[in-house]
Write a protein that binds this ligand. Structure first.
Ligand code: CP
Ligand code: NVA
Length: 309
């Protein structure tokens, strides 16, 4: 008997365009079921382990609520009160956890940690954020665009800010889904090209001036100046990033009906002005809610494959 190959979701490029077409459509169907209070339990008796080595509100809540709504159960494991914070080899942890649950979500530091975990896991592993990537968030953002403006293919996305896990994920998404990314990062915080596939080069363009990156964009997005794990750099970054604040002048460079996105949590007056994030072009609450729907579709797909109902 041949063993079924386990699929993991560790970075955006782990899925093809065909996978995304399916998962986005399933997210739409699952959202409709949720909104109409339709009971749908395809993951009855399945258990999700959620391992958090960094803080979270949205990702934790949406995965926990999501597996429950699909008929399953979540177990939350943090480094504060498990052996994860005490140096047990990651390979051993993966062996143990994956013998007891059906699917695992991890939020951790280096991407290499989640890769080593996945290599030793008997069940699918999902990246809930690493220093390098945040694929579930960009999946929610792409779905939000799809709901509000149609498919993201052929659209132009502007990134203003840090070369962080969100930006590296947007670059992978641009290549897989076929949209244009215009990005601007401050001097000293530019892209680490070792994290970017040369094949993605036709899909993104770098601009010294963030205003130029926003010109003609259908969607403008940014993120915190200091990501989790880099807090010691906060004061230096505040000075370096001062001109990389998405304000109404920057939004005025974009398409008149451009959307503004931010994965949250946000700092008003730093990476985004209050009038933009609280203004009519902002869709940040839709993005947050859509984490629930896309992650349900993702868990369903990784565990059950393609369905037709
Ligand atoms: N956007 C996001 O991942 O939020 P949390 O850090 O609250 O999970
Ligand atoms: N780039 C941010 C995203 C938080 C959801 C971080 O890694 O802290």
């Amino acid at each position: 008997m041949t063993e079924k190959k386990i699929r993991h979701y560790l970075q955006f490029k782990d899925f093809s365009l065909d996978d995304y077409d399916y998962v986005l459509e399933r997210a739409r169907i699952l959202k409709r079921k949720f909104k109409s209070y339709e009971t749908y339990h395809p993951l009855h008796d399945r258990t999700l382990a959620m391992i958090f080595e960094k803080n979270s509100t949205r990702t934790r809540l949406s995965f926990e609520a999501g597996i429950f709504q699909l008929g399953g159960h979540a177990v939350f494991l943090s480094t504060r009160d498990t052996q994860f914070g005490r140096g047990e080899p990651i390979e051993d942890a993966a062996q143990v956890v994956s013998r007891m649950v059906d699917i695992i979500m991890i939020r951790t530091f280096g991407q290499h940690i989640i890769q080593r975990f996945a290599e030793n896991s008997r069940v699918p592993v999902i990246n809930g954020l690493t220093n390098e990537y945040h694929p579930c968030q960009v999946l929610a953002d792409v779905f939000t665009c799809y709901e509000l403006r149609g498919p993201i293919t052929e659209k132009t996305v502007a990134w203003v800010g840090d070369a962080n896990n969100m930006l590296y994920t947007w670059i992978e998404a641009a290549q897989i889904l076929g949209f244009k990314l215009r990005l601007s990062t401050p001097p000293g915080y530019t892209l680490d090209h070792s994290l970017v596939s040369p094949d993605s080069a036709p899909f993104y363009e770098e601009f010294a001036d963030p205003n130029d990156a926003c010109t003609g964009a259908d969607l403008v997005t940014t993120d915190v100046w200091t990501s989790m794990g880099f807090e010691a750099e906060n004061e230096v970054r505040k000075k370096a990033f001062a001109d990389w604040c998405v304000d109404s002048d920057m939004m005025a460079r974009a398409h008149p009906d451009a959307l503004f996105m931010h994965c949250l949590p946000a700092h008003r007056g730093e990476e985004v002005s209050a009038d933009v994030i609280d203004g009519p072009q902002s869709v940040v609450w839709d993005e947050a809610e859509n984490k629930l729907h896309v992650q349900k579709a993702l868990m369903e797909y990784l565990l059950l494959g393609k369905l037709n109902h």
